[in-house]
Design a protein around this ligand. Structure first.
Ligand code: AHM
Ligand code: MG
Length: 336
């Protein structure tokens, strides 16, 4: 067998930086800090099932240490790593009401959902971390709100970590999407999915159908279309919904499909957050060749956020499947 060179995430980031002669290395450093924090969170996620043996969350464990809820733990790990990163000026986390200013000289700000998929944390189902990196608008001094309230199309990098049967980190700096799988034996993320392209057609639809009575009727019509028998178009499609956005998104990115979290009569803005969930995933899916729109057919990446925790309905998926979906609503046609 010929020897195969394993490319670690660290090597890949440093190598990619060489393609930009004026790069200062700050963004690379920031990505590496996120990668380190992800490994620490991964270690704890893997031990989550032992909580009952070692102590319930909120209790002291056998060592007399407080056992933190995993999402709080993940938040603290990322804040700690990003605070120490000279490149990061401030952080907006889904776990914290306001933003946190950490380094007056930092060039970038990070929006992060430290542990997404809260309903799956305690039941050994895949969960994830989602991050978005923006160049800050203000120069020096503490960060201001305008540093964070930027359109998704301004992102300089975005990615996610999926803590699943394997742990993977997928990220883009706007040119290609690459995926790295954690090899636990050496503790390194290794390049496993180079230049990910989303299939143009997809045969998977992901939506929480229990909200059917609250969805707009066109959404239900499209879901019914996905279920119809029509061998010429490969229907019925498969319904897959884990309830962890990272896991649902990752599967659809690789296999092709559409993920929907629509507006509902009870929640006109849906559930998912623009800055922490929708923007980074939309950046990735567009670079991989897919589409991501809101309920009015506007690109998610063109939404001007007005507040940190703003939500938006979201529809993201394979190029041609999204085109088919758009034919079910006049709202999405020709929207700009
Ligand atoms: P969270 O931030 O509380 O974890 O909520 C986000 C999650 C997403 O990962 C997932 O797509 C969605 O909530 C599932 O919500 P629902 O249970 O309403 O379908
Ligand atoms: Mg979340």
């Amino acid at each position: 067998m010929g020897s195969r060179k394993v490319v670690t995430l660290n090597e890949f980031i440093i190598q990619s930086q060489k393609g930009f002669p004026f790069a200062t290395g700050e963004l690379s450093g920031l990505l590496l800090d996120i990668c380190l924090a992800a490994k620490i969170v991964n270690r704890e996620v893997n031990k989550a099932g032992l909580v009952d043996i070692l102590g319930l969350t909120g209790d002291a464990n056998v060592h007399g240490e407080d056992v933190k809820k995993l999402d709080v733990f993940a938040h603290e790990v990322f804040i700690d790593a990003l605070s120490k990163s000279g490149a990061c000026g401030g952080i907006a986390s889904e776990e914290s009401e306001g933003f946190i200013s950490v380094n007056d000289a930092g060039k970038y700000v990070v929006c992060i959902d430290p542990l997404d998929g809260s309903s799956n944390i305690d039941v050994n189902v895949s969960i994830g971390t989602i991050f978005s990196i923006l160049r800050r608008k203000t120069e020096n001094g503490p960060c201001e709100m305008k540093d964070f309230l930027q359109k998704g199309c301004e992102q300089v990098a975005a990615g996610y970590v999926i803590y699943g049967s394997s742990t993977m980190l997928v990220y883009t700096t706007g040119v290609r999407v690459n995926g790295f799988t954690l090899d636990p034996s050496i503790g390194e993320f290794c390049l496993s999915h180079r230049d990910i392209k989303m299939p143009k057609q997809g045969k998977i639809y992901s939506i929480n159908e229990c909200y059917r009575s609250k969805f707009p009727s066109w959404v239900n019509d499209f879901v019914d279309y996905c279920k119809e028998d029509d061998p010429s178009t490969g229907r019925p499609f498969s319904s897959r919904y884990i309830g962890s956005m990272v896991a649902d998104f990752h599967r659809n990115l690789i296999k092709g499909g559409v993920f929907m979290y629509p507006d509902m009569t009870t929640h006109p803005n849906g559930k998912l957050r623009v800055l922490y969930e929708c923007n980074p995933m939309s950046f990735i899916i567009e670079i991989a060749g897919g589409q991501s729109l809101n309920h009015e057919g506007k690109r998610i990446l063109d939404i001007q956020p007005k507040k940190l925790h703003q939500r938006t309905p979201v529809f993201m998926g394979s190029l041609e499947l999204m085109d088919t979906m758009k034919t079910f609503t006049s709202q999405m046609v020709d929207a700009k």
